[in-house]
Write a protein that binds this ligand. Structure first.
Ligand SMILES: *[C@@H]1O[C@H](CO)[C@@H](O)[C@H](O)[C@H]1NC(C)=O
Ligand SMILES: *[C@@H]1O[C@H](CO)[C@@H](O)[C@H](O)[C@H]1NC(C)=O
Ligand SMILES: *[C@@H]1O[C@H](CO)[C@@H](O)[C@H](O)[C@H]1NC(C)=O
Ligand SMILES: *[C@@H]1O[C@H](CO)[C@@H](O)[C@H](O)[C@H]1NC(C)=O
Ligand SMILES: *[C@@H]1O[C@H](CO)[C@@H](O)[C@H](O)[C@H]1NC(C)=O
Ligand SMILES: *[C@@H]1O[C@H](CO)[C@@H](O)[C@H](O)[C@H]1NC(C)=O
Ligand SMILES: *[C@@H]1O[C@H](CO)[C@@H](O)[C@H](O)[C@H]1NC(C)=O
Length: 368
């Protein structure tokens, strides 16, 4: 909401609140239905009611408006004004405002419930920065009710501002009703601030998250990189295949992880596949490298897809994608599709039987 680094605004805000508190003894005009952040589903009716406080000398009238346009059909008494929308439609969403003759008013945002959608803004991921800079990561989210945006580092801990050592500032704004932006600023970024920053937009209906990767480059401290040896591997089902990536500036230390992911999951050794990381330098004092290999012992069709090889170190993160396509086994008699099915028969005896049946069938077709 307010930057900790802008005490002036904070003070001004407090003065306004104080001033308001002194002049308005009690709320005069109040929308009692719908309530703020009420969940309204498609085709659901919405009841609107607004009151002006009792015990006053009331001579004026209450009026409802949507986005400034008067709503004519209102049931009303001296103290309240109400109407109902039978089935709320998309084009009836908006800001509904109730105003008393003296100008006092209250408003409520009415919209069809929608779970949040969020995405990074201003920059594309990854962001590369230098030690001691002040990088800003920005996210946008929309939804109904207006989602809240929170930040997480490496999916583990939530970031709160200012945090210890006044490391962060978080600026949240609602540029339009229903839309929210959040800027996470890191003050004097250090090498260990490198990593994945997730902004998570949450409302009562669900959540959405997006990730921004931050790389931090120190002096004489080049960023690690990783690259697939080949962008695509094509291999036959049942065969053994090895996907290879090579990383540069990747040291074999406790701060460095080299790993593979598939469909968002980190892969580890199993009976179907294993991973071997080989750290090396070509000559003394040379660039530290890594070769990482993901080997499948016996390919299944389900192994097809995009694999990511990743390096995650205190100095930064990089990844590359390797596409794996598993194709059926090729056959010697290429242009005979019937024979192709033969390769998948479980035993030679079955295959022979099948061939004989096929032969008999063909003979029958020819003679009829
Ligand atoms: C909306 O609700 C009315 C009854 O309240 C129903 O007749 C109509 O079919 C509904 N429309 C949709 C699109 O669900
Ligand atoms: C609107 O609210 C007032 C105050 O709570 C209540 O007296 C009145 O009956 C309500 N109007 C309708 C139509 O329910
Ligand atoms: C209410 O206000 C009207 C006009 O503003 C005034 O004539 C009337 O005396 C007032 N009544 C009370 C009870 O204050
Ligand atoms: C939110 O922003 C998007 C694009 O910036 C805009 O199209 C949309 O109308 C906004 N939503 C609301 C409720 O203002
Ligand atoms: C969003 O934040 C506001 C204010 O901090 C809080 O009242 C509300 O419950 C939050 N909503 C959700 C869905 O977390
Ligand atoms: C995975 O298997 C390979 C080959 O057997 C082995 O070299 C490697 O150390 C294993 N990795 C882990 C994390 O156990
Ligand atoms: C793999 O990535 C390529 C290009 O990046 C894309 O066209 C393809 O649809 C992806 N395949 C899968 C299974 O996600």
């Amino acid at each position: 909401m307010l930057r900790a680094t802008q005490p002036f605004y904070k003070t001004a805000f407090m003065l306004i609140v104080l001033f308001d508190g002194l002049t308005i003894v009690e709320p005069q005009v109040q929308i009692i239905s719908p309530v703020k952040n009420q969940i309204i589903k498609f085709n659901q009716s919405v009841f609107f009611n607004c009151t002006v406080s009792l015990g006053k000398n009331i001579t004026g009238t209450l009026e409802w408006r949507r986005d400034g346009v008067l709503i004519p059909t209102t049931k009303k008494s001296q103290y309240w004004a109400s109407f109902e929308l039978g089935a709320l439609q998309k084009d009836e969403e908006g800001i509904y405002e109730c105003t008393y003759s003296n100008g006092e008013s209250d408003h409520v945002r009415v919209c069809l419930a929608e779970k949040p959608q969020g995405w990074p803004i201003k920059f594309t991921s990854p962001i590369s920065t230098l030690v001691d800079e002040f990088p800003t990561l920005s996210c946008f989210a929309m939804g109904c009710p207006t989602p809240n945006i929170t930040w997480f580092k490496n999916y583990l801990h939530q970031i709160t501002a200012p945090g210890k050592d006044h490391k962060y500032s978080i600026d949240t704004e609602i540029p339009q009703p229903g839309n929210q932006t959040s800027d996470l600023r890191i003050i004097g970024v250090q090498l260990d601030d490198a990593g994945d920053y997730a902004c998570i937009a949450v409302n009562a209906l669900g959540s959405d998250s997006s990730t921004i990767t931050l790389n931090v480059k120190g002096k004489d401290n080049p960023l690690p990189t990783i690259e697939a040896e080949k962008p695509k591997y094509t291999a036959e089902v049942g065969t053994k295949v090895t996907l290879v990536c090579v990383g540069e500036q990747v040291k074999d230390d406790v701060f460095t992880f080299v790993y593979w992911t598939f469909k968002g999951n980190m892969l580890s050794n199993s009976s179907e596949h294993y991973i071997v990381n080989d750290f090396y330098t070509l000559k003394a004092g040379g660039t530290p490298k890594v070769q990482t290999q993901l080997t499948f012992l016996k390919l299944n069709y389900e192994d097809s897809g995009n694999y990511s090889c990743k390096v995650d170190s205190a100095r930064g993160i990089d990844s590359d994608i390797v596409m794996l396509e598993v194709i059926p086994k090729a056959q010697k008699g290429e242009n005979q599709p019937k024979v192709k099915r033969l390769s998948e028969a479980s035993s030679l005896w079955n295959s022979v039987g099948w061939l004989l049946r096929e032969a008999g069938h063909s003979a029958h077709v020819v003679t009829s």
